[in-house]
Write a protein that binds this ligand. Structure first.
Ligand SMILES: NC(=O)c1ccc[n+]([C@@H]2O[C@H](COP(=O)([O-])OP(=O)(O)OC[C@H]3O[C@@H](n4cnc5c(N)ncnc54)[C@H](O)[C@@H]3O)[C@@H](O)[C@H]2O)c1
Ligand SMILES: O=C(O)CC[C@@H](O)C(=O)O
Length: 528
């Protein structure tokens, strides 16, 4: 059955065609996102949800989204999605980090000119027939200092444009390297220095606990008299009351805001302040940007729903469309290894070590580790997948270690998973052969070769004559057919392991009887 996607915000219709072309059924209901109750009622029917900023994807919506696999944000900010709730439910959240960056940077520059020359107020006055030439004295931006708070995708485009306009650009961004700053032609400074030196300040960070109210009353006090402030990023970055006071007192010469603490901003403490320019969150609103983000989100969501490729996900490692087919058998192997070890683990897990050897060490091991963790945790948690597993392991203080060795051993590729508990370490290793099928090749250091079927009996025993005959008889009496029989041992007469595929469930009574056989140490029915 084709996956179904709901578009619940006003996305460019270009997205619809992409979904259809890729074999995804699509419901375009651009106003549905604003109706929380209706969204709650219908969300269970969809595999994907494509949104802009009007749809609030709350934990409640996510709880009702019983089939949802992916939420796609046609844009950058994902503050309208409760990502931890989505992650816990195994739903991928993706955005389109570049599609509207140029457009938003251009809006910031337009806003800067607007306040520098008071264009909106001058326009209103002129159209009202007032011709107030002396009222609208502006400032040049050439040779002025622009302070960027946040120098990522958008900030760096703003820097490029501002340098083109002959401004001096300062940047405060804890994650900006000195080398990148040099490449961009900006001077990397601390925040207080930026406040002290900038004539214009423009914000380009996400809203986080660290950036909330980064423009506070104290910050404004440190700024130049007659500073201009531009915010095309997120409302909560600025203490709006403090900016209002700054505009009223003349400390701030002008402010241009596209975003507000509460949106839609029907009322705001800033409204009516002198030299204030406002737009209704238009930063991304150009035909080009909206087409870009709509196409991108539709492509990314279809790729995931149809091929398992993951691009620009915020809660899952990326898997490109090219690597997805090559990675798939290894994802299956990693999950099987995890599931194998997880089903045998009965005490609290302290750590999980993944060793990747040969060609697999050069693949996307983050995704493989996520698959392995899914396998380990599924017997314990039931609803876990590659999206939620790493977070769930972290929450449970399970230390995850990845080791990669590029040299090849006996096998071209080899993955070994070790589960570390209070009591012991248990390892299981596997490979993928040319037929694309995963095989178990080592259990607790004992070599063997087994393909895993849906029902596997795992038996550890002493390698002495007599075991196989008695075991076969017990299964025969229970009417259980043996599909494959795989044996391994440390040495003749030493510890042995049997992995037997059976055609269906094994009654509990039969498991007890096998366990009671003289040479058997442990028996367990594993399900895959
Ligand atoms: N107005 C709009 O319509 C519109 C459109 C697109 C994006 N946005 C918003 O613009 C903002 C920037 O988007 P982007 O694509 O450039 O994001 P980005 O992730 O590329 O860049 C953000 C930058 O902020 C920096 N940063 C993080 N914490 C910081 C801190 N405490 N102090 C200083 N810098 C910090 C990061 O290191 C990063 O370089 C986001 O909030 C996004 O939601 C708004
Ligand atoms: O969708 C929009 O109009 C705004 C998008 C913007 O805020 C973003 O973060 O990408």
């Amino acid at each position: 059955m084709a996956p179904r996607v709901l578009i619940s915000d006003s996305l460019s219709p270009a997205a619809i065609q992409i979904f259809k072309d890729r074999g995804v059924e699509v419901d375009f209901q651009p106003n549905l996102g604003k109706d929380k109750d209706k969204l709650l009622e219908v969300i269970g029917q969809y595999d994907g949800l494509a949104i802009r900023s009007a749809t609030k994807v709350t934990a409640k919506i996510i709880e009702a989204a019983t089939n949802l696999k992916v939420i796609g944000r046609a844009g950058i900010g994902v503050d309208n999605v409760e990502i931890p709730a989505a992650t816990a439910k195994g739903i991928i959240v993706m955005n389109t980090p570049f599609g509207n960056a140029i457009t938003t940077a251009e809006h910031a520059i337009a806003m800067m000119f607007s306040v520098a020359r008071q264009i909106p107020a001058a326009d209103a006055s002129t159209q009202a027939g007032k011709w107030e030439k002396s009222k609208f004295m502006g400032v040049e931006i050439t040779a002025k200092t622009l302070g960027l708070i946040g120098c990522g995708n958008i900030g760096s485009i703003v820097a490029d444009r501002a340098i083109g306009l002959k401004m001096k650009v300062l940047a405060y961004d804890p994650f900006l390297s000195g080398e990148r700053a040099q490449d961009l032609g900006v001077e990397k400074v601390e925040l207080d220095e930026l406040f002290r030196r900038a004539d214009f300040i423009t914000l380009h960070t996400p809203l986080t606990d660290k950036t909330r109210n980064i423009i506070s009353a104290e910050a404004i006090a440190k700024m130049k008299q007659g500073v201009y402030i531009i915010n095309c990023a997120r409302g909560g970055l600025v203490d709006e009351k403090a900016v209002r006071e700054g505009l009223d007192s003349g400390k701030i010469a002008g402010a241009a805001f596209d975003v507000f603490t509460e949106e839609p901003a029907k009322e705001n403490v800033l409204f009516g302040a002198p030299n204030l320019v406002c737009t209704p969150h238009l930063g991304a609103s150009t035909e080009e940007a909206q087409e870009n983000v709509a196409l991108q989100v539709a492509e990314q969501m279809s790729d995931y729903l149809i091929n398992g490729a993951v691009t620009n996900a915020l809660n899952m490692p990326s898997i490109s469309a090219d690597e997805a087919p090559r990675l798939t058998p290894f994802v299956r192997l990693a999950e099987q290894l995890g599931s194998f070890a997880g089903q045998l683990t009965e005490t609290g897990i302290k750590g999980i070590r993944l060793e990747y050897e040969g060609a697999v060490a050069e693949m996307n091991t983050k995704a493989l580790t996520a698959a392995a963790l899914t396998g380990v945790l599924t017997p314990l948690l039931q609803t876990v997948n590659m999206v939620s597993a790493p977070a769930m392991a972290r929450e449970r203080d399970i230390h995850v270690e990845e080791v990669r060795r590029e040299q090849m051993g006996a096998y071209e590729t080899y993955i070994r998973l070790t589960v570390i508990t209070e009591r012991q370490e248990r390892s299981v290793a596997g490979t993928v052969f040319a037929d694309g099928k995963p095989r178990i090749i080592q259990v607790k250091g004992i070599n063997m070769e087994a393909e895993l079927g849906p029902h596997m009996l795992y038996i550890t025993n002493e390698d002495k004559p007599g075991f196989i005959g008695k075991f076969g008889t017990l299964l025969g009496q229970a009417g259980v057919n043996i599909a494959t029989f795989n044996l391994g041992r440390t040495e003749a007469g030493g510890d042995a392991i049997a992995l037997i595929e059976v055609d269906g469930d094994v009654p509990a009574r039969t498991l007890e009887q096998i366990n009671a056989l003289p040479l058997v140490k442990q028996v367990k029915l594993l399900k895959f």
